[in-house]
Design a protein around this ligand. Sequence first.
Ligand SMILES: [Zn+2]
Length: 314
Amino acid sequence: MTPASSLDFRFLKTRVTIEHVLAARGLLATMRRHGDKLLGPCPIHHGDSTTAFVVSTAKNLWYCFTGCRGGGDVVDLVRCLDSCDYRSTALYLASLAGSAPATTHPRSDLKPFHPFTARLKLDPHVSFLADKGIRPATARAFDAGLHRGSGFLRGCVAVRLHDHQGQPVGYAGRVLDPDCARLGKWRLPARLPKRTLLFNLHRIRQPFHHGLVLVEDPWSVMRLAQIDVPAVALLGTALSTQQAELLAPAARVLIMLDADAAGRLAARDLRSRLAPARIAVAELPDGHDPDQLSDHDLRACCHLFLPTLAHHAA
Ligand SMILES: [Zn+2]
């Protein structure tokens, strides 16, 4: 790659702005302008917050303050949007550099969501899951494991998603490549109606009326399932109105988010948004995610709020 080559990143960064990339994908319509900044929902992790994703048009840099908690330049953005390597990113940016971006992919964000209903072949024997204490049999039961095939989930630990009636809608993928995970840990299907989903809700109809645990990610749901505690995951920390409605029939909800600053802040928000009489927030050791606790400690956290679920069956 010579500096004069059209695939040179220094050259491409001077020719293609982040605004170009957003316009080319019809994403500019979801952003609002504030001075030299663009604000909108994050197109990488597809969060709910309309102020999560901030672009400095003056500096040509972006940052996501919620799900990704990271940012970068136009190259980082394309790599994270497309989960692609540097060469494909360079080719894509080069194509934008020589074209009128706003007309190349008009309003792609307005296409309807199409559920992906086929089952992927996933490998549950992966250290990412083992390190979290998730057994291969559990991963298999949840349709989770390493995706060795192609597509946007390539190289991700994927897990199958369903709507609340149990219809499969596709897969979420946890990025393992630390280079890209720094900028966005999750890959979700395009236009997934994330705000209407609660991971695992369709599997826990019965104990639902006695109580459940609300966690951030599918891994915590799987760990809790291994000790027979019903849980659902937000796929993040934000709770939509639709998700709050789905939780309304639950007799009790124990909020168990990651015990970091963002998780604690979010837990306080969730507690205020759900009916307070039946809500509690789990006390996890500082800096710990639920999937980092032993079964014993996990059970102890739940016991304070869900003392023998069978007790409440009567
Ligand atoms: Zn994000």
